[in-house]
Design a protein around this ligand. Sequence first.
Ligand code: GLN
Length: 306
Amino acid sequence: MVQEKPIWTILKILDWTKQYFKNKGVENPRLDAEVLLCAVLKCERIKLYTNFDQPLEEDELAKYREFVLRRGKMEPLAYIVGHKEFMDSDFKVTKDTLVPRPETELLVEELIKMNETKGPREILDMGCGSGAILLSLLKELPEARGLGIDINPGAVAVTIENAKNLQLEDRTAVLVSDLYKNLLPDDKFNLIVSNPPYIPTGDMQGLAQDVQNEPHEALDGGIDGLDYYKRILQHIEDFLLPTGMAAFEIGIGQGEQVARLCQEAGLSITTIGKDYANIDRMVFATKEETDYANEIMALRQKKGFR
Ligand code: GLN
């Protein structure tokens, strides 16, 4: 008897993949299946729904199969499709960069509000990765200019590419540097922002498998997770204007400690803000009697800040 080759229609392959991902423990099995299929077919998700009975071509099947296997091995979805949405822009991401997170959008949104009426700004993003933070700020603050630094040349290349894609290259400079190392003594900034590695080394093994596939050097913040805050704050006075502000994304339970480190570095006005999950996620700090001090004091009165 001649065995008929199964015909893989869009609906059939989505159903199959959903079950496969479920068994593998992928968090959003159906959604991920759809996103991967869209990447192969180069279409919007709505197109899948209006074409459920469409059979896939051999080459499409082969590519999709490869994507599904990679996701089944817990490679982050964003690495497979090559990009990730952040603050309404599409960012290229690679294995050299952390995948931008929704929590980080909260930090960026607050920074936009605090800076949009302040005129020209010089912004430094330490550990810029894909450039998600820096470029989102530059996009919304047309008078601002930015410098992104990262120790990883691969990440620096991705930030440059994203700056070009978002037509922000005129106001963006990028540098390979271990924190301040390759900056010039007269580089001064109104805003120094960082989402540094902050996971305590001992917690690294317990991270979700997807996250374990992201660059460890972008995650591991040393024994207490605070290494980079300490290093950044130790020399911040050399690069932050006296009226400037430091802004950090932080990890679980680090709010008080990072705020204290800021105060020890002379930035005595601080606020700690929470994310969607009610976890301390950001710290802003400045000196007394600056414009930013007023902003920070106002934030402290808002829900989710203290
Ligand atoms: N938000 C990331 C996570 O929870 C950590 C990012 C970082 O270390 N800066 O996995």
